[in-house]
Every structure is written in C-alpha cells, then in structure tokens.
Design a protein around this ligand. Structure first.
Ligand code: COA
Length: 250
C-alpha cells in the first residue's frame, strides 16, 4: 500500500494520481503496484468506463526512481514485479485511458503515454526519455510503439538521442491530443473523460480493440525490453549515471 498514488472514482471515471510532488512524482515499486492494481481492477469493473492518469502541477512524472534503479543495479535485480505488472496492465487494459500532463514527463512518464488514447498536455509539458544517456534501453513497449506512432527518425531522436519534446513538438508527432494552459489540464482531461465515458461502451470497446490490435505483440516487446533492461541496469554505464544524478550539486 502507498499513499503516493491516489485513486478516486467519480461516476464512471477513475482518476489515478501520482502524488509524490517533492520527488517530481518519480515512481517507486509500491507506486507502480498501486497503479497496476487501479488499472487491473478498472478492467474488471463495468462501473469504470474511462481512466484518467494524472500527476500534478509542474510534474507528471520524473520516471522511475533512480535510487531504486541504483539499488536494483547493486542487488542484481531487474525491473521489479510491480513495474512489469504495471506495464502489462497498460498493454492489456481495455478501458480508454486519458492522461493529464503538466510539466516534466521523463522516462516511463513519457512512455506510458504511448498506451493512452487521449493525452491532454499543458503548454509547460516537456517529454523526455534519457534511456541511452543513463546506459539503459527504452521500456514499456516504446521501442515498438514510438516508431509506429511517429516514424523511426522522430522515435530515434526521442528514444535514442534523448532529445526532449516540448508540448508543440509532442502534439506534432501525435503523442499529445490537445495542448491547453497548464491550469486547464485537469479540467480538459476530465471533460474528455466524461465525453468518452458517455459513449456506448460496447461499441467503443470493440473499436478500441480494432484500433490497438491484439496486445500479444506489445507484451512480447515489453518482456524483451525487460530482459535487456536488467542487463543494462548492471552495466558500469548505468551505475555511473544513476550515482552521478543522485550526487549532483545544485
Ligand atoms: N528518481 C529519484 N529522485 C528524483 C528523480 C528520479 N527519477 N527525479 C527527481 N528526483 C528528485 C531529485 O533528486 C530532487 O530530490 P531532492 O530535493 O531530495 O534533492 C527532487 O526530486 C526534485 O528534483 P530536481 O532535479 O531538483 O527538480 P528539477 O525541476 O530541477 O528537475 C527533472 C526535474 C525531472 C528534470 C530532474 O529531476 C531529472 O532529470 N530527474 C531524473 C529523471 C530521470 O532520469 N528519470 C529516469 C528516466 S529512465
């Protein structure tokens, strides 16, 4: 259990809020577990017709907690069970997902958006995936989904070169549906969620399944990435990068 993720149902809409503002919503194993539980149980509930994933002002999520990465590197572990369960839950999920992004979206903070159906971003949003400079490889199925969404070159720039996208660039490459003022992100996301929740649920589910295709290929890619990620976590390149971030002087 963690109070760093708040889950609230209002009518047919479940909101799942990452709530660790002092660490820019960097995700810990228990936070991944809570998010996986919320998505899995939404899938099992006819009452939930749309799920909103939100962060807070200035930070959607700074990605995986780097302290936990460093720990995993020293114990020889890979991405933990809760991380993998969260990634599988995203891939298998059948409820429409809306994301409300303000500020930074780093690592999985960006790659989880590739599983979302509608992304509202504040004009202050900044998307980045510094996997390679951390000595890692892309995760969450992003090595498959990002090139599919934006083409190889733009995906390479984001995932391999680690070049960030501002809100306008993310919109141009299809990662973001709508850009609004930062203070309007939550309202717009809820508005979209209500619109989606009001649609005929069975027809919508069938259409979504057709558009996304079977989840098997995505799960397979997630698992392949997880294997490589485990190897990369042990690498000197990765350990040095985590330690440098955590020891940095500001
Ligand atoms: N893991 C652990 N702690 C993190 C974190 C992460 N991924 N991201 C931020 N934090 C912590 C910082 O260490 C800092 O903690 P402190 O106040 O105890 O020193 C706090 O969150 C605020 O971060 P700070 O760097 O001061 O905020 P910023 O606005 O200057 O920068 C980021 C925000 C997200 C750009 C920057 O924190 C960052 O680059 N984080 C690392 C992102 C990352 O590499 N994630 C993994 C991707 S695979």
């Amino acid at each position: 259990m963690t109070d760093l993720v708040a889950v609230a149902d209002e009518g047919a809409i479940r909101t799942l809020r990452m709530n660790r503002p002092d660490k820019k919503n960097a995700l810990t194993a228990s936070m991944y577990g809570a998010m996986a539980d919320a998505i899995e149980s939404a899938n099992g509930s006819d009452a939930v017709r749309c799920v909103v994933i939100a962060g807070g002002p200035g930070a959607f999520s700074a990605g995986n907690d780097l302290q936990e990465f460093l720990q995993a590197a020293s114990t020889g572990e890979g991405l933990g069970t809760n991380v993998v369960r969260f990634l599988h839950a995203l891939a298998r999920n059948e409820r429409p997902l809306v994301a409300a992004v303000q500020g930074v979206a780093v690592g999985v903070g960006t790659t989880m958006l590739l599983h979302c159906d509608h992304v509202i971003a504040g004009s202050d949003a900044r998307f980045s995936t510094p996997f390679i400079s951390l000595g890692l490889v892309p995760e969450a199925g992003s090595s498959l989904l990002a090139p599919r969404l934006m083409g190889h070159q733009r995906a390479f720039s984001l995932l391999a070169m680690g070049r960030p996208l501002d809100a306008a660039a993310a919109h141009a490459c299809g990662l973001v549906s709508t850009i609004v003022a930062p203070g309007e992100v939550e309202t717009e996301a809820l508005k979209a969620a209500r619109e989606i929740a009001a649609l005929p649920a069975e027809a919508l589910a069938a259409a979504r399944r057709l558009m996304r295709g079977p989840p098997g290929q995505i799960i397979e890619r997630i698992d392949e990435e997880v294997q490589l990620f485990k190897q990369r976590l042990q690498s000197a390149e990765a350990r040095e990068a985590f330690a440098a971030f955590l020891a940095r002087k500001r």
